[in-house]
Ligand binder design. Structure first.
Ligand SMILES: C[S@@+](CC[C@H](N)C(=O)[O-])C[C@H]1O[C@@H](n2cnc3c(N)ncnc32)[C@H](O)[C@@H]1O
Length: 320
């Protein structure tokens, strides 16, 4: 697929990382938290060396609800908040062309990870300053991003605006543990108290503390899960916190511990809230995957135009 050259503003400059080009745009949006973005830039500088089998294995879980009718060789895609670009890399074999954007230094890491992939274009940009015309994309995705943005509903609206009528938006948002036991919720609330402290630590120290938490908080749960799975009690293991990591490597565990305990703005949504927000943004035929990670969902853009000037009707409390 030939990339539609539809930047609506010219890049301020073009950076070259190896063979990759990165289009630099203004990231002075209103709907962003600069400290969170700077922290992600640091995080992805450290965790960017994802090997293809790891991306493939994780991606199969994240994208279980995205079939070839949604993404195929004719699909023009947008990856909002691409981080290292691992999900763009995952979809690049199936998609026509992907525009991957991120406002943080992680876009430089993406330049390295995606080097040589011809059907991905990288841009430094933010969700409310996207340099693309409205109604451009057949498929847009925002994976683990919208819960780190001050106004999640507005961010969702801004993504939907870029999708063609009849096109799709895929999101992954942190969940409120609405489908979990009281014990599970209690353990989560304890971890949230820790996060309020760790997320405010200075950079290098924060990364060391989060590595320690990966070992003393994550690993005990994960090892119990592995033991149960090994003994044939997979269903029981599934009820233990952090089961999702029982088959993941230590790099992913450290990365996610830094994500979880190192990010100061983190919101959470129930399944119903996610469906409601997607409907308000103008999506229909919404499918929420029954599988981990909770919750990832996809919806199709309705044929009518959303009134983008309206205020966010939802104001969910922030956990951060
Ligand atoms: C948890 S990371 C997810 C990265 C990637 N989607 C993934 O799953 O590997 C969240 C990303 O959202 C980006 N982000 C934060 N605020 C944003 C905004 N206002 N617009 C676009 N991206 C944003 C961060 O820079 C960061 O790379």
């Amino acid at each position: 697929m030939i990339p539609p050259n539809n930047f609506i503003t010219s890049p301020i400059k073009i950076l070259h990382i190896g063979n990759s080009e990165i289009n630099i745009f203004n990231t002075n949006g209103k709907n962003l938290d600069q400290v969170v973005i700077d922290d992600f830039g640091e995080e992805w500088k450290k965790f960017n060396n994802f090997e293809d089998p790891i991306i493939q294995k994780l991606g199969d879980g994240y994208f279980d609800i995205i079939d070839d009718d949604i993404v195929n060789s004719q699909t023009y895609c947008l990856d909002v908040g691409c981080g290292t670009g691992r999900w763009s890399k995952y979809l690049a074999q199936r998609a026509g062309f992907i525009e991957a954007i991120d406002p943080s230094d992680s876009i430089l890491a993406a330049g390295k990870l995606l080097e040589g992939i011809k059907n991905i274009r990288l841009s430094r940009s933010a969700i409310d300053t996207l340099p693309f015309a409205d109604n451009s994309f057949d498929f847009a995705m925002s994976v683990g991003v919208l819960h780190h943005i001050p106004d999640t509903q507005q961010a969702l609206n801004d993504c939907v605006k870029k999708v063609k009528a009849g096109g799709y938006l895929y999101i992954y948002l942190y969940y409120t543990l609405d489908n979990r036991s009281l014990l599970f919720k209690f353990i989560f609330h304890l971890s949230n108290i820790i996060r309020r402290v760790t997320s405010k630590l200075p950079g290098r120290f924060k990364r060391i503390v989060c590595d320690i938490l990966a070992i003393i908080v994550y690993m005990p749960f994960i090892l119990i899960c592995r033991l149960f799975v090994w003994a044939g009690f997979e269903k029981l293991a599934g009820r233990i916190p952090l089961y999702a990591y029982h088959d993941k490597g230590f790099l992913i565990i450290r990365n996610d511990a830094l994500d979880r305990f190192g990010t100061r703005l983190e919101k959470r949504f129930s399944r119903d809230q996610i469906i409601e927000m997607m409907e308000i943004a103008g999506l229909t035929d919404i499918v929420v995957s029954p599988n981990l990670p909770y919750y990832h969902a996809v919806g199709r853009k309705k044929e009518f135009e959303l009134n983008q000037s309206s205020e966010s009707p939802l104001n969910y409390p922030t956990a951060g």
